[in-house]
Design a protein around this ligand. Structure first.
Ligand code: C2O
Ligand code: CU
Ligand code: CU
Length: 489
């Protein structure tokens, strides 16, 4: 604790002594610095596209009854080979990095017994889950080393790509950085009935950036990478499902990619190296009402996008790189698709993906404003106040609908996340979100634009109790950019 405090102070001091031009995002700042880093270590160089894309193992329940699937996992340290010939110690759910995948079905309950086999307190949060407060993973609801907690997930929500990750007070960023994140894929009968790509053609993609010491150990020093005067941390090595810039052998057909930005602070602008169009079919909260053709989409920490990429038109031997156009150099390439075989494609993209109803603004009983800024001591704050576990900032009534407005008074984007609810984005800088907007559909994390604002609308259904909203740049969240709300009757 003492060390961490000291580190924060040092990085603020370092920042205070430097004049920095206004920048629009940390990645822009990094690009201005030549796509590299400012201070700290450069990771050992790795030749891209040498390792096949790993697919995280799906965990089987140890018990299933009429209503519920029961899982158990231990959070533990493990040694893995991420850089060729070197060992990296990770902290993983089930000892895996990424953590084991949970596949759940809407309407069937899940209980996960999480045992803490690590030396620090832990909290597990199901991101995107519509979860009772005592299972939501409030940062203060901690599992001490050697003990366990049973998390209960009702899954009374529609199919979506959720994920679970650590949420320990002040320590979320270092814990997730060490590997504590995994997929929780929720399916339902409606989605199963669609002719979308399934099975091996439905591929989870977890993108994270990391930095390594010469011996392969993880290097982490928030404040040393990315935008100066900011506590966040950027890696210089892109990992997909735990492998450095892997390749993925694809057949000449359509694939569904569930892309999760599980990075601490880095944004990605996804593009294909040949400029080809892909089809955006899903967002944080599951399928969009209709598919949207795009050539680029930007994803911030915490966000998910689901894309269909159709490889059927390419000759065998074609290689297409999934690029990060928000950066260049080592962090400009994410992974590569290698077209290796011909198959019959039995999948299709329906023109209507999912019934969808807009929540009318008039349904809202109140509008709450959350300003995002940095205080005089350089700490990120919401409405001028750092997180305080003894303070509740909002009391939505259960069953009511509210509009939340995030007013960003800083020159970087903050991906704002609200627990418990899926919301709809009403407008960004006053411009209404339309079906072709990347923010259309059900979301749980929204990009609050630099020096701008965004409004979202949500219904606070079912559960009462303490929840949080926060920036999903994990170093911001740990450095007080988090607020508590309590749903009351
Ligand atoms: Cu993805 Cu509060 O978390
Ligand atoms: Cu969450
Ligand atoms: Cu932030």
């Amino acid at each position: 604790m003492v060390t961490r405090r000291k580190m924060l102070k040092l990085s603020l001091l370092a920042g205070a002594s430097l004049m920095v031009p206004a920048v629009h995002s940390i990645n822009d700042a990094e690009a201005q610095m030549g796509g590299g880093m400012m201070g700290g270590t450069a990771s050992p160089a790795v030749t891209p596209f040498r390792r096949p894309l790993p697919i995280p193992d799906t965990l089987a329940p140890y018990l299933s009854d009429a209503t519920t699937d029961y899982y158990a996992m231990t959070m533990q340290a493990a040694q893995v080979e991420i850089l060729p010939g070197l060992r990296t110690t990770i902290w993983g759910y089930y000892g895996k990095y990424p953590g084991a995948t949970i596949r759940a079905r809407s309407g069937r309950k899940v209980v996960i017994r999480q045992t803490n086999g690590l030396p620090e307190n832990m909290v597990v949060h199901l991101h995107g889950g519509h979860t009772p407060a005592d299972s939501d993973g409030h940062p203060m609801d901690q599992i001490t080393p050697g003990t366990y907690k049973d998390y209960f997930y009702p899954n009374n929500q529609q199919a979506a790509t959720l994920w679970y990750h650590d949420h320990t007070m002040d320590l979320t960023a270092p814990h997730v950085y060490k590997g504590l994140a995994g997929f929780y894929i929720l399916e339902d009968d409606y989605e199963r009935s669609l002719p979308l790509p399934k099975g091996e053609f439905d591929v989870p993609i977890l993108i994270q950036d990391r930095r390594f010491n010469a011996d392969g150990s993880l290097y982490y020093a928030p404040g040393s990478g990315g935008m100066m005067m900011d506590s966040s941390f950027l890696g210089d090595t892109i990992l997909v499902n735990g492998a450095v810039q892997p390749f993925f052998q694809v057949a000449k057909r359509k694939y569904r990619f569930r892309i999760l930005n599980g990075s601490n602070a880095r944004q990605y602008q996804l593009r294909l190296s040949n400029g080809a169009t892909f089809t955006h079919i899903g967002s944080d909260g599951g399928l969009l009402p209709q598919p949207v053709a795009r050539t680029a989409i930007t994803i911030y920490p915490g966000e998910r996008v689901e894309l269909i990429i159709d490889f059927s038109a390419y000759a065998i031997g074609t290689q297409i790189v999934l690029k990060n156009a928000a950066s260049s150099g080592r962090t400009g390439d994410i992974m590569r698709f290698d077209v290796t075989r011909a198959v019959v494609d039995d999948s299709a993209i329906p023109s209507i993906l999912r019934p969808y109803e807009l929540i009318p603004s008039a349904a809202a009983v109140t509008t709450r404003t959350f300003t995002l800024s940095r205080n005089m001591s350089g700490v990120w704050v919401i409405n001028g106040l750092p997180f305080d576990r003894n303070r509740i900032d909002a009391y939505p009534r259960r069953g009511t609908t509210e509009i939340w407005r995030f007013v960003n008074q800083s020159n970087m984007v903050h991906p704002m996340h609200i627990h418990l609810v899926m919301f709809q984005v009403l407008d960004v800088n006053g411009v209404a979100v339309t079906p072709s907007s990347p923010y259309y559909g059900w979301k749980d994390t929204v990009q609050a634009p630099a020096n701008g604002q965004v409004r979202v609308i949500a219904k606070f259904a079912d559960y009462t109790g303490d929840y949080i909203t926060h920036c999903h740049i994990l170093e911001h969240e740990d450095r007080a950019m988090m607020s508590q709300f309590k749903v009351v009757t």
